[in-house]
Design a protein around this ligand. Structure first.
Ligand code: ADP
Ligand code: MG
Length: 216
């Protein structure tokens, strides 16, 4: 089970990872975009971080909805609405929940992905965050179907995300600002894919450390 407390910790860890990697994300975006991805994400997640104390007794769906609204109102560019949509769909998929089974986790990860696809209209191979989020959900689903628990399934999902991220490097960008570069986008890792990978890795980190703590 992933608890409401872990969800809050995840958002907190992700916010600090973004802060830590702000320059890196911005440099990746400087190569194929307009050098604002780290700045955009850090601005949004700093606001989200400031709201964390008010999340303490809220259910998971309410937390996700608040994250979504905050990102939509404070993160510019393509990534604000896309991450906002991801969290909004995650909110709908977790209505009333204070803890999540692996099936609940699959439902919310899948719903977030579907939202990004509907909103951004990107396809696999277009060199976007989708190339990281999609293989992660496929891997998570397969792992859950094989009987793995959340931690093991997330570990598999994060490896798939990492591989997906590496695979964005040789891709030609077909969506967003990077697409203006055409073939010149080849050889650069996608910034939004990088932040999406950090998001999933942060989730694993929080859920996994809790498990180890539980074992004593
Ligand atoms: P902008 O490109 O508007 O400056 P950001 O720099 O914050 O916005 O985010 C860029 C990232 O957004 C890209 O690296 C890519 O992963 C993601 N992105 C852009 N367009 C789309 C889209 N249509 N669908 C999915 N992801 C997209
Ligand atoms: Mg940008």
């Amino acid at each position: 089970m992933v608890t409401q407390v872990q969800i809050i910790q995840w958002i907190q860890v992700f916010a600090s990872v973004i802060e830590h990697h702000k320059e890196e994300l911005t440099e990746l975006d400087a190569a194929i975009g307009d050098a604002d991805h780290g700045i955009n994400m850090d601005r949004g997640f700093k606001k989200v971080s400031n709201l964390l104390p008010s999340f303490v007794d809220k259910d998971i769906s309410t937390i996700f909805r608040t994250v979504s609204m905050t990102l939509i109102s404070s993160v510019g560019g393509a990534s604000g609405p896309l991450y906002g949509t991801w969290f909004l769909r995650a909110s709908s998929a977790t209505a009333g929940k204070k803890e999540l089974t692996e099936e609940d986790m699959l439902k919310f990860l899948q719903s977030g992905l579907d939202g990004v696809i509907e909103r951004g209209k990107a396809q696999l191979g277009d060199k976007t965050m989708l190339d990281v989020l999609s293989p992660a959900v496929v891997a998570f689903e397969q792992a859950v179907n094989e009987g793995m628990g959340t931690v093991e399934a997330l570990r598999v999902a994060v490896s798939a995300a990492e591989q997906g991220l590496q695979e964005t490097i040789p891709m030609v960008a077909k969506k967003g600002r990077a697409s203006y570069l055409g073939d010149r986008s080849v050889g650069h890792q996608d910034p939004g894919g990088t932040s999406a990978y950090f998001m999933l890795r942060s989730l694993l980190k929080v859920v996994d450390s809790q498990k180890k703590g539980g074992r004593g």
